[in-house]
Design a protein around this ligand. Structure first.
Ligand code: ZN
Length: 85
């Protein structure tokens, strides 16, 4: 939760002072929060038993969350690589 507030504050400061570095730092902080929330949501859903809508259970939710996390991390890495260059 703290990183969410930090991220929002950094983005706000970045916009106010016209600093790309601040905005980048803020986006990083917010994406950390988003990925953590995504992994937690995936794990929580995957623990559920099979139901009418999902007769084989919810194990795939964990796989989906992992895949989403991999994509987010790849994008974050690419962004850092481009901004460093
Ligand atoms: Zn279900």
């Amino acid at each position: 939760m703290t990183t969410t507030v930090m991220g929002a504050a950094e983005i706000l400061a970045g916009v106010l002072f016209g600093s790309i570095a601040f905005i980048a730092a803020g986006v990083d902080a917010l994406s950390d929060t988003a990925t953590s929330a995504g992994v937690f949501a995936g794990l929580t859903v995957s623990k559920r038993r099979a139901d009418r809508g999902h007769p084989y259970g919810h194990r795939q939710a964990e796989t989906l969350a992992s895949m989403a996390l991999a994509i987010v991390l790849a994008l974050a890495g690419a962004r850092i690589a481009f901004s460093a260059g």
